[in-house]
Design a protein around this ligand. Sequence first.
Ligand code: GDP
Ligand code: IMO
Ligand code: MG
Length: 427
Amino acid sequence: MSTVVLIGAQWGDEGKGKVTDFLAEKAQMVVRYQGGNNAGHTVVVDDREFKLHLIPSGILYENKVCIIGNGTVIDPKVLLEELKSLRDRGVNTDNLRISSKAHVIMPYHQRIDAADEESKGNQKIGTTGRGIGPAYMDKSARVGVRMADLVDDEEFPKVLESALAQKNRLLTEYYGVEGFDYKELLQEYQGYAQELRGYVEDVSVLVSGTIEEGRNVLFEGAQGTMLDLDHGTYPFVTSSHPVAASACLGTGIGPTKIDKVIGVAKAYITRVGEGPFPTELFDETGKFIRKQGHEFGTTTGRPRRCGWFDAVVARYSARINGLDYLSITKLDVLSGMDTIKICTGYKYKGEVMNEFPESRKALAACEPIYEEYPGWKEDISAVRKYEDLPDTTKRYLERLGEVSGVPVGIIGIGPKRSQTIIMEKLY
Ligand code: GDP
Ligand code: IMO
Ligand code: MG
């Protein structure tokens, strides 16, 4: 039996979708446990590209049970569109199960998200605009709509009526934007409920049962450690917990059930949206990485900010998540560079700082300390064995593992399933 939690070890978009798809082959079940359709996970199967936002990447296999856990927030309209687009492409979606405790993103959440960003001006977070923060706010404030409410024809009208009265006041009186009509919203969402009802159940029972049977379960994190509400670069974070511990909370299983944690990290680093990013590159090198790596957001299409691999972030991520292995992705993107840098620490007030600073003021004043390594010119995307990588590539990888304090278990040298080198057996 093996249960593996796979998380983003940086600021998201590390290639979690691709690695999940690769590891899912040996799993019985794949579980999303937090976040919503702010996530954009790209999976390439036989030259066909799929962009998944809510549905676990395991759905692309015929026989994997795919779970959307209670820790997620679900936009029913987006979920139905995603289901339809998968079905239209011949993917069987019957194996999907949705937690009755997951919270629903309503259209007022998106409108509040947009109005709130607008009102913040240059202090904005740069959210994906999908209503994620406002939906989690309602969950914490205990006024949210859960999937169980949505699919209950008696409960939903009551829950919506009281939630909407409050939201319409907020939208019209505070933000000065339009509210929503109760009857229209009720009708529209009862329609979605009708289509989703069959998928909704107590997923904690399903996940626990599968673990008890000794099957392999893979937990697919969304976003990344540095976007975590508690442990990320607050306030420039998302409103959920992308860290490994959240796999338990967001599914309804205990911590003793997790065997291994894998952190996915790019061979460099990217960030979308606002917020601190110590190793960000503003020069031609940053542009080169963006172009080579097609670094544009999967969900919003925004250009991703690019920078050098940051080992302070990697060590922090190793600690917060208890990482067993790193999965280093997009190594192929660095081919063609003369030199490659790794940030090993930060300089703060003349001293070397090895831990990621907790205070925003300190973080803003930190300067990265770099080690420089020779690059490689070879195209490595067709390499299938570690030994066949150029010596300079191997040296760079070895150093990434050393400075991160975590062994490299998987290497990505392209977006396809086959473009993966396994260093450590995970199941
Ligand atoms: P996620 O949100 O962590 O799943 O990552 P995204 O899908 O948003 O972004 C990662 C992008 O890199 C996707 O377009 C993947 O197809 C692609 N990708 C993943 N691994 C590799 C790799 O090893 N090499 C290359 N060149 N592309 C990769
Ligand atoms: P995946 O799963 C990268 C970022 C947004 C913004 C901040 C808050 O594909 O790695 P939100 O809409 O969540 O309130 O936005 O978080 N963000 C992501 N960045 N990858 C993601 O998901 C992200 N999901 C949210 O850009 O800075
Ligand atoms: Mg993404």
